[in-house]
Design a protein around this ligand. Structure first.
Ligand code: HEC
Length: 124
């Protein structure tokens, strides 16, 4: 009895991981909510990044910045290589995430990752 229960749960486990991996190979991610242009306005022109860098942002605002940078990463710039874009925008995403979880040195990393001119020279 116990043996068949174990066998049964093994079958269930294998079945669920097969279904799980079939699902995860499907395109499940929703498209970005904000274009790169909108992210520039909301995160940069409106001063959200500055607030985070100056240490004046609430936890919700730090999360909002991370959320916007995820949209930025998933957007496609008109100029530059897609793989280089993923690396450049990815640095901002990782740095903003480190700020959210409170990693040491995260704000400095964020400042460096969001260098306006360095990114605009290549992708804008
Ligand atoms: C990771 C790359 C990246 C970083 C970092 C970045 N930008 Fe941008 N920015 C872009 C791209 C790409 C565009 C062009 C977007 C478009 O027109 O579709 C842009 C466009 C803009 C625009 C014009 C938006 C419009 O309405 O046409 C402004 C303003 C702007 N950025 C401000 C900033 C400021 C300020 C910073 C620094 C705090 C900054 N950006 C950092 C990639 C970046």
């Amino acid at each position: 009895m116990i043996r068949s229960l174990i066998a049964l749960s093994l079958v269930a486990f294998v079945a669920s991981s097969v279904v799980g991996s079939a699902l995860s190979s499907a395109p499940v991610a929703a498209p970005p909510q904000n274009s790169i242009k909108e992210v520039m306005k909301l995160a940069h022109k409106d001063g959200l990044l500055k607030k985070v860098v100056d240490g004046e942002a609430t936890d919700a605002e730090k999360q909002q910045l991370l959320d916007l940078y995820i949209d930025m990463l998933e957007g496609t710039p008109e100029k530059g290589e897609q793989t280089e874009w993923l690396m450049a925008a990815g640095r901002s995403v990782v740095a903003a995430a480190k700020v959210v979880v409170g990693r040491e040195g995260a704000v400095d990393e964020l400042k460096e990752a969001t260098n306006c001119k360095a990114c605009h020279d290549v992708f804008k």
